[in-house]
Design a protein. Structure first.
Length: 107
């Protein structure tokens, strides 16, 4: 089993931003616990009158999301293991050992 073998059992949405639908880039966490790419969340808040979570709509009064260090490090390792993976192309998935690595494994 690879060092990241446990990731295969986690839901795919743990590693995907629900705004851009890509693997996280600079993941941050809202006070309600939802994760997004920093840029996606910042742009969402820039377009909104209120500062709220795009997933659950909980309102916040502080507009500074926390860096999700653990998620950032996991995503970094995944990207290092699959440097040519994208959401459109992809390489062979090392976590599940089949098909292309996109947002999730196909096949």
């Amino acid at each position: 089993m690879s060092a990241f073998g446990f990731l295969a059992s986690l839901p795919e949405d743990h590693f995907v931003c629900t705004i851009c639908l890509n693997v996280f880039s600079d993941p941050v966490t809202t006070p309600c616990g939802h994760n997004f790419c920093r840029t996606c969340l910042t742009q969402h808040w820039d377009r909104s009158e209120l500062c709220h979570c795009p997933t659950c709509s909980k309102r916040f009064y502080v507009r500074i999301p926390d860096v999700n260090i653990v998620l950032r490090d996991i995503v970094k390792q995944m990207k290092e293991m699959h440097p040519h993976s994208t959401t459109k192309g992809g390489s062979v998935c090392g976590l599940r050992g089949r098909s292309r690595l996109l947002l999730r494994c196909e096949g």
